[in-house]
Structure formats: structure tokens, C-alpha cells
Ligand binder design. Structure first.
Ligand code: SDX
Length: 382
């Protein structure tokens, strides 16, 4: 028998691709998209510009960005049958499931000959980035009995999403804050949903199936789903005094419970995106007033740093994002769909990279079962 390779649970530290999309140094908290620091992109970029950068590897010129924006705007609308499909879904269902269903159905409406057809590939990428926000906003309205709002052809990607939720054009500050949140969530190397996208893409299936599978992976509470759970976690802490918060955290840790929004496979320091999101939250508070959850979150971060900082457990991207979205008036169960609305450009950048030099993913396994068993007829089984 051939020598057994070592088994590494969760494939921790096992390279799954050669890539030039996203660089992370988790020891010092460095994050770069295509070689540009996240802090600079958050400060100076827009989501559309960053999506272009992720997909094509370079910052767009003014003409390229205008053209890209125009293509996205032209593809924002949904086919009425996709809207009909959303209307058939149970309104109590989770928006991530509605998003998965609608994206999977897109594969039937936008059939291409083959993923190797470059025009089909290009159009699919544009459609997916353009339409995900429309699906999320449409579902949010349909489930409560309202008609979806038609996308604007004037507003930015960020402003248009906020507009489609309630029909109000957001303030410049709300637009900017949401745009930065989209930039921060757009890409993060070989996380579970991106790995899913690459595995699905490696079979040469269509990009809608790729994104639908990635959305399913993002939804879990250990991944993107954590952002919804952070606010519930904060609500769970009744006494907000420092001593009580510490007791609450000690109790959870003693029971080996995971505290949502903390810890990361790669970062052993505070996630740089959490630091930027915290800055956005304070900008919003200056304009619209603070929220008690924020003070509690800061207290919990301090206590956790004291208790488990030495183990490398610090806030991740999901810890402060919910506080920002809540201040923007976004319902809690849309937090994870918003993550997907942003991350779709990262998934697609990885799909394009995977297809450049594709080999189907097919890892091995370590057999721990019994072999060569004798089949016993059912009447003879004890
Ligand atoms: C995202 O990968 C990415 O890049 C993901 C992401 C992206 O942009 O795509 O950054 C987005 O998914 C952020 C993570 C959101 N998830 C959560 O906030 C859920 C809570 N966090 C964890 O469950 C955990 O930290 C993970 C899932 C994020 C990472 O899991 P690992 O690397 O498998 O770590 P682990 O579960 O094996 O924990 C290692 C140790 C354990 O202690 P010991 O048994 O060694 O004593 O750290 C402890 C854990 O108990 N630990 C925590 C903890 N996270 C880790 N203890 C308490 N609370 C936590 N949150």
C-alpha cells in the first residue's frame, strides 16, 4: 500500500491554488487586493473600481471604469420570471436561500454554450455582480408584500442597493460607508466560499452554479453567517458592566462555545477590516448618534483580548459589520446576503483565475473504514 499522506483537518495551511488576487499576512494583519493595501482601497477606491481590479488584475482607467460601470448598470434589472420565482418562495425563509435559488435559476435563463466561450464568461460575470444586489433587495420587499423597486440607472452600486430597499436615495455619508463595507468584503483569498467557487468552477460548470454554491457555503455561521449572529450575541449580554461582560465571556469560553465575530484561521491579530469597519461605525455615530451595542462590542473586544488575545483570537470582519449595517437601517437577516453581494466579485475573480490553468479538484482521503466485508443476506442479519 502507498504511504499515507498526513491528514490536515480543514486543510489548514494546505495551498489550494497559485494566485495573484489577494495577499494576507495574518501575523501582522496585512491584507492586499492585487498588491494594493486594503486601507488605501477603502480610503480611495469604490466598489466598482475594486471589482474591476479583482477581475482584471489592474486598476481601470477613467474610460475603462465608465465602460464597466455602464455594463453593470445595464444588467441591474431582473427578468420578470426571476421575480415570479422569488414570489413563490416562503416569506419566512432566509434571504440567503432565496438568493441561492434565484442565482441557480439564472443559469437556466442565461444559458451559454460553454464556459470556455469568452463572451458568455464576460457577460455572466457582469450579470452576476450587477444582479445580486437587485435580487436581495427584491426579495426583501417581496417577502413583506411590497413590489420590488426598479434599479436606478444613475446611482452607484452601493447607493443603488440602499435605494432599492426602501426607495430612498441614501445620504452621501451612508453611500460612502456602505461602499467601503462592500470594498472590505469583496475578497479574502482561500476562504470556504471562495474555495467552494474554485472547486465548482474546476468542473467547467456555468458561473451561476459556481456562485450559487459559493453563496450556500458563505451562509454558515462559521463563515459569513457570523455577521448576523454578532448582534444576537450582544443582545444576549444583559448586564453591560465590565465585570458582567467579563463573566459572560469567561463562562462561554469555559463551555468551549465560539463567540461570534472572533477568531480567524489566518489572522492572529485583529482583522484589518474590523479596524476599518469600526472607524466607519464611529463616522456614522457622529452624524446619527451612537448605539449602545457599539459600547458593548468595544467592552467585549477588550475583555476577549485580555482573556484569549494571547491565543490569537481577536475580532474578525464580522464583528463590527452588523453594527454598521444596523445604523444604516438594514435588517439583520440581510447582513449575510450583503456579504455575498460584495464577495461575488472575489468569487468570480477566482473563477477566472482557475479557468486560466484549470485542473479539476480531486483530493484524496484517508480510509478509516473496514474493507473487504462479506455481504450477509438480510434474513441472516442478527
Ligand atoms: C469569515 O477564512 C476567511 O477568510 C473567512 C472570512 C472571509 O472574509 O472570507 O474572513 C470571513 O468567515 C470570518 C469568520 C466568521 N466566523 C466567526 O466569527 C465564528 C466564530 N469564529 C470561529 O468559529 C473560528 O475562529 C473560525 C471558524 C473563524 C476559525 O476556525 P479555526 O481556524 O478552525 O479555529 P478553531 O475553531 O480550530 O479554534 C482554534 C482555537 C480553539 O481553542 P482550543 O481548542 O485550541 O483551546 O481557538 C478557539 C477554539 O476554541 N477559538 C475560539 C473562537 N475562535 C477560535 N474560542 C472562542 N470564540 C471564538 N470565536
Amino acid at each position: 500500500m502507498a504511504e499515507m499522506p498526513e491528514y490536515i483537518p480543514g486543510l489548514a495551511g494546505v495551498p489550494a491554488a497559485r494566485t495573484s488576487i489577494c495577499l494576507i499576512d495574518g501575523i501582522v494583519g496585512k491584507l492586499q487586493y492585487r498588491g494594493y493595501p486594503i486601507e488605501v482601497l477603502a480610503e480611495q477606491g469604490t466598489y466598482e473600481e475594486v471589482a474591476y481590479l479583482l477581475l482584471f488584475g489592474k486598476l481601470p482607467t477613467t474610460r475603462q471604469l465608465d465602460e464597466f460601470r455602464g455594463q453593470l448598470i445595464a444588467e441591474r434589472g431582473l427578468k420578470f420570471r426571476i421575480i415570479d420565482l422569488l414570489k413563490t418562495l416562503p416569506e419566512s425563509g432566509h434571504p440567503m436561500d432565496a438568493l441561492t435559488a434565484a442565482v441557480a435559476a439564472m443559469g437556466m435563463f442565461y444559458k451559454g454554450d460553454h464556459i470556455e466561450d469568452l463572451e458568455f464568461r464576460r457577460l455572466s460575470v457582469i450579470r452576476l455582480i450587477a444582479k445580486l444586489p437587485t435580487i436581495v433587495a427584491a426579495w426583501h420587499r417581496i417577502r413583506r408584500g411590497d413590489d420590488p423597486i426598479k434599479p436606478s440607472t444613475e446611482l452607484s452600486h452601493a447607493a443603488n442597493f440602499l435605494y432599492m430597499l426602501e426607495g430612498e436615495v441614501p445620504t452621501r455619508l451612508a453611500e460612502r460607508v456602505f461602499d467601503v463595507a462592500l470594498v472590505l468584503h469583496a475578497e479574502h483569498s482561500m476562504n470556504a466560499s471562495t474555495f467552494t467557487a474554485r472547486v465548482t468552477g474546476s468542473t467547467l460548470t456555468d458561473p451561476y452554479a459556481v456562485v450559487a454554491s459559493a453563496i450556500g457555503s458563505l451562509a454558515g455561521p462559521l463563515h459569513g453567517g457570523a455577521n448576523e449572529q454578532v448582534l444576537a450575541t450582544l443582545e444576549d449580554i444583559e448586564d453591560r458592566s465590565p465585570q458582567a461582560v467579563r463573566r459572560w465571556a469567561e463562562d462561554r469560553l469555559a463551555r468551549k462555545e465560539k463567540i461570534m465575530g472572533f477568531g480567524h484561521r489566518v489572522y492572529k491579530v485583529k482583522d484589518p477590516r474590523a479596524t476599518i469597519l469600526q472607524g466607519l461605525a464611529t463616522q456614522l455615530f457622529r452624524k446619527f448618534g451612537s448605539t449602545p451595542d457599539y459600547d458593548l462590542a468595544v467592552e467585549l473586544e477588550g475583555q476577549m483580548t485580555d482573556l484569549v488575545g494571547s491565543k490569537g483570537i481577536y475580532p474578525n470582519v464580522d464583528f463590527y459589520s452588523g453594527i454598521v449595517y444596523q445604523k444604516l437601517g438594514i435588517p439583520i437577516d440581510l447582513f449575510t446576503p450583503i456579504f455575498a453581494v460584495s464577495r461575488v466579485s472575489g468569487w468570480l475573480a477566482h473563477l477566472l483565475e482557475q479557468l486560466e490553468n484549470n485542473r479539476i479538484f480531486r483530493p484524496s482521503q484517508i480510509w478509516i473504514g473496514e474493507a473487504d466485508r462479506t455481504f450477509v443476506p438480510i434474513e441472516e442479519r442478527g
